[in-house]
Design a protein around this ligand. Structure first.
Ligand SMILES: N[C@@H](CCC(=O)N[C@@H](CS)C(=O)NCC(=O)O)C(=O)O
Length: 206
């Protein structure tokens, strides 16, 4: 059995698809309707009760959710593909720190922006919830900007799977911030010979 990836074009599943392509492993892609908010089939809810993409079925049948957990797992499975620095190294510690930071702060902020009614029970507070989420996401992205050293990638010249993840969050951000390093990182992800085509399949020219 190969990997089976439940995904939606333009969703956070992009980054798992990119990691599978970087790992050069076979996978079956099950694409759902691309419009956010489209009800998910019951079969999918049974697989992931939280109802989000990406959801990855491993070759042994185990279900994995949470894009960052999946990225860390795939990097551990295929060390020769160098999806991330070697575990136990300082570079790996830095990788983990910023990958998880991006997930729990920037991705969460993006979700609050996109689904504000989940985060307030006050119909009059929806817009305020959304604008606070945009501001907080901007702060998280500014912290990520300061984590990028010489660039263009998080860890220098070599792409790791945190880079497409950060680039994806950056293009989803609806506010305005001055972040030249994030801009350069995103451009380098777009230009990457392996990740670039996956990016274009999900995000076109964005
Ligand atoms: N923490 C999750 C977030 C995944 C997520 O929010 N996916 C979005 C698409 S980008 C989704 O499926 N949203 C549908 C929903 O939340 O109902 C992860 O990192 O995988």
């Amino acid at each position: 059995m190969t990997y089976r990836l439940y995904n939606r074009t333009g969703s956070g599943g992009f980054v798992v698809e990119a990691a599978l392509v970087l790992a050069d492993v076979e996978f079956e892609l099950i694409e759902h309707e691309s419009k956010p908010g489209t009800p998910l089939p019951q079969e999918f809810r049974e697989t992931n009760p939280w109802g989000q993409f990406p959801t990855l079925i491993l070759p042994d049948g185990t279900t994995m959710t949470e894009s960052t957990a999946i990225l860390i797992h795939l990097a551990a499975c295929y060390p020769e593909k160098q999806l991330a620095p070697a575990p136990g190294t300082t570079a790996h510690a830095i990788f983990l720190r910023w990958l998880i930071f991006a997930s729990v702060n920037a991705y969460e902020g993006i979700l609050r922006t996109g689904y504000p009614t989940r985060f307030t029970s006050d119909p009059n507070a929806v817009e305020a919830t959304q604008s606070a989420a945009i501001a907080r996401t901007g702060e998280a992205l500014e912290v990520l900007e300061s984590a990028i050293g010489e660039g263009p990638f998080l860890l220098g010249n070599t792409l790791c799977v945190a880079d497409p993840f950060i680039a994806m969050l950056f293009i989803w951000f609806r506010g305005e911030i001055d972040t030249p390093r994030l801009t350069a990182l995103t451009q380098s992800v777009r230009n990457h010979p392996v990740v670039g085509p996956v990016w274009r399949r999900h995000f076109g020219d964005r």
